[in-house]
Design a protein. Sequence first.
Length: 634
Amino acid sequence: MGLMAPTGRQSENNASSRRPKYVTFAPGDEGEYLPDVFFEDPRTFSPKPGPMGHIHAWGLYPYTSVDDLDLKGSAEENNWPDFDGMQAAMRQMTYQTFYWGDNKSPENQFMDILLERKKKQLESLDLKGLDRCDVLCRIYLPGLIDRNGEHRVWRLFKVSAGISLSVFQDKVIAPVMGWVRNFHSYTLTDFRDGAMFGPEGSGSIDQVHIAQVGYKYLSDNMYKLAHLFGKAGDQIGYLYDYGDKWYHRIEIVKIIPQEESSGSVEVIEGKGMCPGENLHGNLQYADFLDEFDSASYSRQAEMKREILATPNYNSFGKPPSLVDPAVFDLDAAKARVAEALSSTTSVRSGAKKFHMPIMPGAEHIINQMDQQHLKKGQTIVNSHDMENYGFWNETVSTKRDARKEAVCGFCGKPASSEVQLKACAGCQQVICYDAVDEKPKSEHYATDTDNSRTRTHHSTNMADAIPQTDVSRPSALPTANLSQRGGVPPALVEQNSVEYLDAIEEEWNKKVDAEVDILVDGMVDLVGIASIGDKDKFRIAQESFQTESRAESMIRAANSLLSITHSMKLLLLLSDEAQIAHRRDAEMKVVQEERDEAKKQVEQILNELLKKPSGSTQQPGDGAPEAFKDTQVS
């Protein structure tokens, strides 16, 4: 984040003149490049808070000075820990081979004591029912301030304080903000004492920077959100990406009483797009936004494309003209949270990584290496990135979440003594009893998390469900319940039908155009790759992989077009349902009116035919209806 200038807190000259109060050094290590804090006694160490009263990273680092940052300065910016990246790198390069196995480094000796102290404190902590309450949280990125002095990026959401910290980060914070799940590493910090909680066994590539963010942390899957605060107004630290260092603050706006708490996760409102992954942290992104505000149209377009090229916006699905860093898409955030809740918890040891193979078969070799570390119920998922000539891979879980981390896949409610979760034996999704009658389901066997088995019959309301038309994923269509559907007002049908059909047509045109573009681009690339010219072995190997990847992409695009064709045929049969019903009702109404009119005419004719003479002699034909007078025989 640009805070890596060496400060010389522990110089080579005075390293040997000091004796540590607790840790021991290996022979040949005199404490060179070791931060001053590790010369203290961890058993009595008391961290000091920053200008805002917050303690970051166990209190191991001093806090950022205005002079170092060359800023006007604010309490937010001065409260960040001032790590020395160069010092940490020099220490690791020089002495990492001195400590192996049980021979712990001075840093680990010191940190193990701090972690043990915190564990004992948490074991005796009485949450007083706080973990059964919902909390209203506001998360924001400090240092990103607009011209009105307001935060540029923030979110307001509700969550249960009893949720596991691991799930809180994976299924709430990441999707609420817009970060990629299971990509970079992170820590959650109790600002009251600086204690850090993070992913156990993380395989994220940025773990190499752990010495810059706090050295060690407690496993976040062992503790709840309620462990990090005590009252409304408390704040929690959240650091995402040890390399770029995106500092967040989570403020506990309100603690909702237990009797009013539902346990569900709800995204309420927010402001600003999430920064793009790998855009270098808070301060650099603040400069990016300031430049964007005053940039020319062409420069803004270039900056928008830079945002869309980042991993969390690769699937943005909209043109650059619709990118606005100041806008927050509430519906998209809710969709991300819903998708995260309905999935299994991320496997931290198999975090997302990008690979660029340099020879044919490299992808298979990489998969074989990763498969050696798989546990039962885990698998590796690859997704190809044709534009960057590589692929992403991630380890995912194929079994349901453990009870301590399980939350309802529908509402996000965590398991507790009052909340019993059920797991569907068919799809392995975990849901709470409150969601059984709310979420459309089929008849699956539902099993308790303790594996006791029950039969659950789920009601289905297909009228409210979105028809699934993907031919590769067959599902029930809403044609069976047409007679049970509520009638659509004719006026509403007439008013909205044209706009609705235009929107549907535009949506399908975009899908078709996207797949056709992939096919055309693929043909162009294949022609270019097949060109004859002087090529070295490396280039030939790379083009071989490119050809295979591009062909796979074209096959997927062709299959997608085929699926779209079938879907459009099916939609054609279903789309005019309301209009057909309306026309049928209108025709029936006309027939009914004609029948009633004919009935009246027949009744009138019969009455006149059966009318008896009264007081006068009738001539032949008198008293007969006009229709019969001209046809009487004399």
